[in-house]
Design a protein around this ligand. Structure first.
Ligand SMILES: Cc1cc2nc3c(=O)[nH]c(=O)nc-3n(C[C@H](O)[C@H](O)[C@H](O)COP(=O)(O)OP(=O)(O)OC[C@H]3O[C@@H](n4cnc5c(N)ncnc54)[C@H](O)[C@@H]3O)c2cc1C
Length: 389
């Protein structure tokens, strides 16, 4: 069967970790014709954008090395989903018809309007074009000049470490260092940051100018360049298409990842909000989400009952430059345990995990069913608890 003859047309919007894996995996049925829409002709390794900005890694990869030969790649931006007509409108003016749609538009680097000067003077890092803008700016900033990274979550910690290892003078600012880490995990991160020469300041940012960051308690920090990593937003496509979302713009779905507005639309990755209680935005969560989302589409085609999302988490990995890392071991529900792995072993593990993300997508290109994810985290019980609480 050629693409034109295949009876089930699946369109995947967004070619990140979730969308690229979904496009490969949905070919588990050979009567599916899959089209992947993405604005860039290359895959962006977002989990390496801090390395890209610090100048030690090219975070783009050709889709020709990632996607199955029969995945049709359309380099374009989806501007509207017409759920009634089952079409996707593209920025180029073209339209794609679908039988099932996989919504995988990911997340964005958003700077809040509530912090005066942030939108004007801070450099977000969460998207490829933003990282490129930061690379260009850093070329004009001497290594010795002090720079500030705002947001002391995992992305901010990774970015600050990478810049410090590249020889920069870095101050990391956030309400709390590594809020998702255990006390012991946090101590390990703090120790590594100190070794790299990163100054950590806990406090809330109240305003930013071209050369200064001011905190709510009146303290200020000189900054030749300010990087913003505090929190992600999401693309507005679902909202623009009249589909219901959570307050951040993630598509609201049931536990099979089906849109609460339309049974032919499923969501995965950072852009999914199952039961309004989304998983932590992460590359890690994109695999179990995608396996469930694709399973739902394939069940609908087969006329069987789709399975509910039930992921198991093992931990979160935070790189601290190229030579050390902290791996926070988590409970199955993603909350931190008291255990962590640190040092060079953790750095090697983290590097293997980063490489593994691409390996997994490539594996599904050659064998669509290849990816296995663990289930049994008892999400349903936690959801019930949350509703009852
Ligand atoms: C610096 C940094 C470090 C990180 N480190 C880690 C880490 O160590 N571990 C971890 O688990 N997570 C990490 N993350 C988070 C991780 O990158 C994201 O959670 C992950 O990329 C989500 O995958 P996704 O496929 O849902 O979305 P994305 O990877 O964001 O892919 C979405 C794709 O959809 C495209 N798209 C958007 N809108 C449209 C549209 N309208 N039409 C067509 N295409 C569209 C986007 O351009 C993009 O290509 C990090 C993030 C950053 C920024």
């Amino acid at each position: 069967m050629t693409g034109n003859q295949k009876p089930n047309r699946v369109v995947v919007i967004g070619g990140g970790y979730a969308g690229a894996l979904a496009a490969n995996r949905v070919r588990m049925r050979d009567d599916v014709a899959v089209t992947l829409v993405n604005p860039r002709p290359k895959f962006v390794e977002r989990i390496r954008l801090h390395q890209h900005a610090a100048g030690n890694y090219d975070a783009t990869v050709g889709y020709d090395t990632l996607l199955g030969d029969d995945v049709r790649l359309v380099v374009d931006t989806a501007t509207r989903i017409d759920a009634g007509a089952r079409t996707v409108e593209l920025a180029s003016g073209d339209t794609l018809d679908y039988d099932y749609l996989i919504y995988a538009v990911g997340s964005t680097g958003t700077v809040p309007a509530s912090v005066p000067g942030a939108a004007e003077f801070a450099y977000p890092l969460a998207e490829f074009e933003q990282a490129e803008r930061l690379v260009a700016r850093l070329q004009d900033v001497p290594l010795s000049a002090q720079m500030v990274v705002i947001g002391a979550g995992l992305t901010g910690i990774e970015a600050a470490s990478e810049f410090a290892e590249a020889g920069r003078n870095v101050v990391l600012v956030g309400s709390k260092l590594g809020p998702s880490l255990s006390e012991r995990g946090r101590r390990s991160v703090a120790k590594a940051l100190a070794k790299l020469g990163v100054t950590v300041i806990e406090g809330d940012v109240s305003s930013i100018t071209a050369n200064r960051v001011t905190l709510a308690d009146g303290r200020f920090i000189n900054s030749a360049v300010t990087v913003w990593t505090a929190g992600f937003g999401t693309p507005g496509l679902a909202t623009a298409s009249g589909l219901r979302t959570d307050e951040l713009g993630r598509l609201l779905t049931d536990e099979t990842l089906t849109s609460i507005d339309d049974p032919r639309i499923v969501a995965t990755g950072d852009a999914a909000a199952p039961s309004g209680q989304p998983l932590r935005m992460s590359c890690q969560a994109s695999s179990p989400l995608t396996v469930t989302a694709v399973g739902t589409v394939l069940s609908r085609i087969a006329g069987t009952e789709p399975a509910a999302l039930d992921p198991v988490f093992a931990g979160s990995c935070v790189s601290l430059g190229r030579h050390t890392a902290t791996i926070q071991i988590s409970h199955k529900d993603d909350s931190p345990t008291n255990y962590y792995i640190g040092g060079r072993v953790a750095a090697k593990l983290k590097e293997a995990i980063c490489k593994g993300t691409l390996w997994g997508i490539r594996r599904a290109a050659s064998k669509p069913s290849a990816i296995f994810v663990m289930s049994g985290g008892k999400r349903a019980e936690h959801l019930t608890e949350a509703v009852d609480a």
